[in-house]
Design a protein around this ligand. Structure first.
Ligand code: TRP
Ligand code: MN
Length: 459
């Protein structure tokens, strides 16, 4: 029996813990007023959806489904009239089709979208030409432009983040359910710049085979009208749980949970949240917040993480070892993964923990090009994914998912891939608000590679 009664978890419990990466708001009363308004707003997601995603992730942990999580490094309040979200959604559908076909298993679709507005930074300030200003921390905090008014953290941005998230989520729900995601329309998910490429042609060939199958099934009576599974997808949202005042204000009691249930709260800002590599201190505010919400929780695991670190984080966020709760997202770097990941896989398996292992092949492979762009080499991204699958095959664990920064648009931010982008191309269409993303053609190429790895696993 626990005699030293610990007070029950509350959405603001994190405030008693040291918090890294939070901006210093000059006007605390304005922050409190914005949060008070957020508390009056409807939840962006409901608990039933969160539980549905947990059930899907439990299938991933058991090796019966595959997780595809992707989107911008950082979203911008400039939604481009919806094009930004639609293009991300479109390429995720293409990738999901390729993976579903290869694995012959469901693909759990999760966007880094509709709320990915906060960024951790290595320095609190930035100096240009003798002027020092707060660092840009994402559109939810301040503006990217280098001026004092832009860079001053502005609580009104929390409200704008809520509306931008709501608008994006509305579009995504419409696309997921309103016909755009219908398997009969899979030819239409390709853009012109991808169509002529080798992976574009490979996709068209696959789409042709699927269409033939759909025609056969239609003859048997399975049409989009009779079979909603052909017409709709379940699509979920996620972002890094970084800006805790925002997350706290959008934390809601789980409607149907009995009053005395162990976890009566959920984060209503997105279906899934993750803990960044820089904010996963065991005694820190971010862990303190995430342990109390019922959502699936991702944890970024970098090259310095020890097996002990991982096990203690799991004790904190998933004390009851519930399948579908914890997603370990590893970002080790190509070449380093083969030495670093297997000890973690062994330790987590030995502890009997049913986690989802997902591969982030982006963040361990970031470099600066000779002409000054933050970039990533497609070849190294591919290498880390291969190493991830090999490590799991070696240890007998499940390579459960892929976590990527991408856009369906024709950007030039990562080098290599079928278009063979080099340093000289980076300046052409480098539009990311933060880290370099795979473009539509590189994303599809990566999906085909993972498809081959999943097929090999099927035997
Ligand atoms: N509903 C199924 C699924 O989500 C099949 C499906 C419909 C689908 N549209 C899709 C799969 C688009 C991938 C992409 O898996
Ligand atoms: Mn990033």
């Amino acid at each position: 029996m626990n005699t030293t009664s610990t007070p029950a978890w509350q959405p603001d419990t994190w405030r008693a813990h040291p918090a890294r990466q939070l901006p210093a708001y000059p006007d605390e009363a304005a922050l409190a007023a914005a949060c008070a308004q957020l508390r009056q707003f409807p939840p962006l997601v409901v608990e039933g959806e969160v539980q549905a995603l947990r059930a899907q992730l439990a299938e991933v942990a058991a090796g019966r489904a595959f997780l595809l999580q992707g989107g911008d490094c950082a979203e911008s309040f400039d939604t481009q009239g919806g094009a930004a979200a639609r293009e991300t959604f479109r390429v995720l559908l293409q990738m999901a089709v390729v993976l579903t076909y290869a694995a012959a298993r469901p693909v759990v679709k999760v966007g880094r979208i509709a709320g990915q507005y906060a960024k951790p930074r290595s320095a609190d300030t930035e100096t240009q030409g003798g002027v020092t200003l707060p660092s840009y921390r994402g559109d939810i905090v301040n503006g990217a432009g280098f001026s004092a008014p832009e860079r001053t953290p502005d609580p009104q941005r929390l409200l704008r983040a809520y509306s931008a998230s709501a608008a994006t989520l509305n579009l995504l729900r419409a696309l997921a359910q309103g016909g755009f995601a219908d398997l009969h329309r899979l030819h239409g998910w390709t853009t012109d710049f991808v169509r002529a490429s080798p992976q574009g042609r490979r996709y068209e060939a696959l789409a042709g085979r699927i269409t033939e199958t759909l025609n056969f099934m239609a003859a048997c009576g399975f049409t989009s009208d009779s079979t909603p599974q052909l017409r709709e997808v379940a699509f979920h949202t996620s972002h890094e749980a970084l800006l805790l005042p925002y997350e706290e204000a959008l934390t809601r009691p789980a409607e149907d949970a009995p009053i005395d249930a162990a976890r009566p709260w959920y984060a209503a800002s997105a279906h899934m949240l993750w803990l960044g590599e820089r904010t996963r201190q065991l005694d820190g505010a971010h862990v303190a917040y995430l342990r109390g919400v019922a959502n699936p929780v991702g944890v970024k695991i970098g090259p310095t993480a020890t097996a002990d670190d991982v096990l203690r984080l799991l004790d904190a966020i998933d004390p009851h070892a519930e399948p579908g709760r914890a997603v370990l997202i590893t970002r080790m770097g190509a070449g380093r993964l083969p030495a670093l990941l297997p000890p973690l896989l062994r330790a987590v398996r030995a502890a009997g923990r049913p986690v989802v292992w997902s591969c982030d092949p982006m963040h361990g492979n970031t470099v600066t090009s000779a002409n000054g762009y933050k970039t990533r080499d497609f070849g190294l991204v591919v290498q880390e994914v291969r190493e991830f699958f090999a490590a799991h095959a070696q240890e007998g664990t499940v390579a459960g998912g892929l976590h990527v920064e991408l856009t369906g648009q024709d950007v030039t931010e990562c080098r290599g891939g079928g278009q063979n982008l080099g340093d000289e191309h980076l300046a052409e269409r480098y539009t990311t608000a933060c880290d370099p993303r795979l473009n539509g053609s590189q994303s599809l190429e990566l999906a085909f590679l993972v498809a081959d790895l999943l097929k090999a696993r099927r035997g």
